[in-house]
Design a protein around this ligand. Structure first.
Ligand code: SF4
Length: 320
């Protein structure tokens, strides 16, 4: 098995963004105040000895000027150890521009992460995002046809969003994905200090999800995404003291991602074999026993069986 390349992240808070999405406060999420310059990036990369995956996160990478994007990409090619690759997150649709796309794809790109969040134009409008899902999807077709390695980011619990709209979104994206191997990230909508969403919550215009609602919603989306061939690489935001100090509402829980994955596995088990027995690799055991036995309780609830019976029907075998 190929060893995963170490990641070297650089957070570019709001870098390239044309506006502020109502839920977003990159500074609070990343703890980074200023956008580091390409020169700063170079100075860090020059000191590395092993190839890395350089990640530009926290903004809309392809919305910097053409020259600036090139400078960030050149920093990797010129100053990171040979064999290093690049991952960046960007606003979907921006790589529709052929000149920009050709330039970006001439670099060693490990993955382009598209911050789609939702394909529902009503939701996008309430979030103050650009509202043309058709343009997003058309760009994905172009990127797929050019074999660009993609990761799609979706959110749950956005203003005006429903579980069925999320499920519709992931199905719609899967139609384009076809047989391609795309990654998938799922983030809950949290209410963070200094965002418009915080004001919307305070005025009663927005009601955030509870942890329980987010686990069930997220687990369902992950289950569907996995069954459609996406590789989930993250669910939930990276927990940090900074984030914890800035959250004012919503499903904030340090193990939210783990709980969503538990829910998704349970849904898959029931989908494949509604009444058991079920056999799973032992690496999944904590998803049933951890967090006060969430997994076992939930499996019992969804199958209407006593917990003892559910536990007897569940077998773990050592993972190879
Ligand atoms: S969600 Fe993305 S596009 Fe919107 S403000 Fe945040 S970084 Fe910018």
């Amino acid at each position: 098995m190929t060893k995963a390349m170490k990641k070297q992240p650089f957070f570019l808070p709001f870098g390239g963004c044309r506006g502020r999405c109502v839920f977003c406060n990159q500074r609070a999420i990343t703890g980074v105040d200023e956008v580091p310059s390409p020169q700063f990036v170079s100075s860090i990369l020059k000191n590395l000895t092993e190839p890395v995956e350089v990640c530009y996160f926290g903004g809309s990478f392809c919305r910097f000027t053409f020259e600036k994007i090139k400078e960030y990409l050149d920093a990797v090619v010129n100053d990171a150890p040979k064999g290093s690759r690049i991952r960046f997150s960007t606003y979907p649709g921006d790589l529709q521009n052929k000149k920009l796309r050709s330039m970006v794809l001439s670099y060693p790109i490990a993955c382009v992460e598209l911050g789609i969040q939702s394909l529902d134009s009503e939701v996008l409008s309430l979030c103050r995002r650009e509202t043309d899902p058709v343009a997003i999807l058309e760009n994905m077709v172009v990127l797929r046809d050019e074999n660009v390695p993609l990761s799609v980011q979706l959110m749950i619990g956005l203003p005006g969003q429903t579980v069925s709209s999320s499920i519709y979104d992931i199905n719609k994206i899967a139609e384009i994905k076809g047989e391609s191997e795309w990654q998938f990230r799922l983030y809950p909508c949290l209410v963070i200090e200094n965002t418009e969403l915080y004001e919307m919550m305070n005025s009663g215009e927005y009601t955030p999800l509870t942890v329980d609602e987010a686990v069930k919603w997220g687990g369902r989306v992950i289950d569907v995404a996995t069954s459609l061939g996406f590789t989930p690489i993250r669910a939930g935001l990276q927990e940090s003291e900074m984030l914890a100090s800035q959250v004012r509402g919503g499903p904030h829980h340090p193990a939210l991602g783990e709980l969503m994955f538990s829910e998704s596995i349970i849904r898959k088990l029931i989908r494949l074999n509604p009444k058991g027995p079920w056999v799973l690799p032992s690496s999944n055991m904590s998803k049933f026993t951890g967090h006060r036995g969430y997994g076992l309780n939930r499996l019992a609830e969804l199958t209407s069986m006593p917990e003892k019976e559910v536990a007897e029907k569940l077998t773990f075998f050592p993972a190879h």
